[in-house]
Design a protein around this ligand. Structure first.
Ligand code: HEC
Length: 134
């Protein structure tokens, strides 16, 4: 069975469709947060909503997962597009947003294909809005 020979555990989980996928993705959101987002969001640099600050995150969580993720991905005021890391994939970015939102009282799920499509639709809308303003 080739699927058991896959060396990376996460890949094997995805390829074989086992449970435990959520856990693998969860870790990835945390890892991306630590690698990319923490530098600003841990201390609240330039008014970034602080990690674990339920009050700061409540209105953001209310915007909805697809909208908030798309807006942050495109960039908003002091928040650089892609968290300032051009190599970051949109899915990893979305997972990091989940990790941060849930640390501040959110109950968001790991992004699935449908959510990623919704994020991309919101991203297009946002870019069109920003262009129209120029
Ligand atoms: C260079 C500093 C910096 C880095 C790095 C950074 N952020 Fe931010 N982020 C900000 C600031 C500043 C804001 C507040 C923007 C505002 O509302 O003025 C913000 C806001 C946000 C918001 C709320 C957006 C909104 O619509 O108000 C989200 C979600 C977010 N960041 C996610 C992330 C994620 C995920 C990462 C890592 C992949 C990340 N940020 C990395 C500075 C940063």
């Amino acid at each position: 069975m080739t699927c058991f020979k896959t060396s990376a555990a996460a890949l094997a989980l995805l390829a074989c469709g086992f449970g435990g996928i959520a856990q693998a993705q969860q870790k990835s959101g945390e890892q991306t947060y630590k690698d990319v987002c923490m530098v600003c969001h841990a201390a609240g640099v330039a008014n970034a909503p602080k990690f674990g600050d339920a009050k700061a995150w409540a209105p953001l969580i209310k915007e909805g997962q697809a909208v908030l993720t798309a807006h942050a991905w495109v960039g908003v005021r002091g928040m650089p597009a892609r968290g300032g890391n051009p190599n970051l994939s949109q899915e990893d970015f979305a997972k990091a947003v989940v990790y941060m939102a849930n640390a501040a009282g959110g109950k968001w799920k790991e992004p699935d294909a449908r959510l990623m499509a919704a994020i991309q639709a919101e991203e297009k809308k946002r870019i069109a809005e920003l262009k129209a303003k120029k």
